[in-house]
Design a protein around this ligand. Structure first.
Ligand code: MBD
Ligand code: FE
Length: 300
């Protein structure tokens, strides 16, 4: 088998020339980028199947698994993206893309978007809160008071210039670890907002110090984690997309340094420069914690 011959001495599917045949089937009018990457994809895929002796039963289970991932659940969760996350693929392509586009080493590192972004969060004035509904009847009301946090800082160019009119798009979970679209108890767009920087490039908002939480593990991605004997936890994080004219849009996350999962993220997205320390805030009835963080954008 290892020499590509079966018992009868004929070439079989184990033979790398079979892979060549599949690659060579690509026509001259193929999409150029696809024509560039498809041979590698087929080679790695075939080599993988040969290396592990993949059976029809296993392949068929994988097809079912991918189809299940592709079914959108009621909370608009994207399980195919979640699958990529637990495989480390979203973090890997983020790193590859950022490396290719980086114009300076001083720009803030990126982190993955994740499956819970909504592109149409409301705009709020600086100094206001993304905590929309804080009624004492909420099961996590006390926790929300305890975690109340003031976030502020500047958006800068890599040369240190403050950027006016940059948009800081921010989102995080409730203290129960659920994003608004996962949780029927939360109002639409809770813990989401967009802020515009002032002339000094400054942004400021009230939010919550984020809690650690397990990524959804009641679907196929969670089943895979279970089969791999892996935990589903992410360290507490706040997501940001920071954009400004003439600059590269930055998608990133900030992590609480005191979180127990900060060194062991289920989706491998933590970077040292994005780990921050919330400090106690004095004399502000609206927030127990504060965090100052400047975002540095590369020019394009
Ligand atoms: C999340 O909240 C998240 O940010 C990522 C990257 C993956 C799963 C859940
Ligand atoms: Fe997240």
């Amino acid at each position: 088998i290892s020499n590509g011959l079966n018992g009868a001495g004929k070439k079989c599917q184990y033979d790398p020339t079979f892979t060549q045949k599949v690659i060579a089937a690509t026509g001259p009018n193929a999409n150029p980028r696809l024509a560039q990457i498809f041979p590698s994809l087929v080679r790695h895929l075939h080599d993988f199947a040969r290396e592990v002796n993949l059976t029809v039963g296993e392949w068929s289970a994988a097809v079912d698994f991918l189809n299940e991932c592709g079914q959108m659940s009621t909370d608009r969760r994207n399980e195919t993206q979640l699958l990529c996350d637990i495989l480390g693929l979203e973090s890997l392509v983020d790193e590859i893309t950022t490396k290719q586009l980086a114009t300076s080493t001083t720009q803030t590192p990126s982190a993955i978007l994740g499956p819970f972004y909504r592109s149409d969060a409301p705009f709020f004035p600086n100094g206001t809160s993304i905590v929309q509904d804080l009624s004492p009847s909420l099961p996590w009301y006390d926790q929300a008071l305890e975690d109340s946090a003031f976030l502020s800082g500047r958006v800068l160019s890599t040369d240190g210039e403050p950027i006016e009119n940059a948009v800081v798009d921010v989102w995080h979970t409730a203290p129960n670890g659920l994003y608004e679209q996962q949780d029927a108890e939360q109002p639409e767009m809770n813990f989401r907002g967009r802020f515009r920087t002032d002339q000094g490039g400054r942004y400021a908002l009230y939010a919550l110090r984020p809690v650690a939480y397990p990524i959804p593990d009641d679907g196929p991605a969670g089943r895979l984690l279970g089969l791999l004997d892996r935990h589903p936890n992410r360290p507490g994080h706040i997501h940001f997309i920071v954009s400004a004219e003439g600059h590269r849009t930055l998608t990133t996350q900030l992590y609480d340094s005191r979180d127990r999962w900060v060194g062991n993220d289920a989706v491998f997205a933590v970077k040292d420069e994005l780990v921050v320390r919330f400090e106690p805030r004095e004399g502000d009835g609206q927030a127990r914690w504060e965090l100052g963080y400047d975002f540095v954008l590369g020019r394009c």
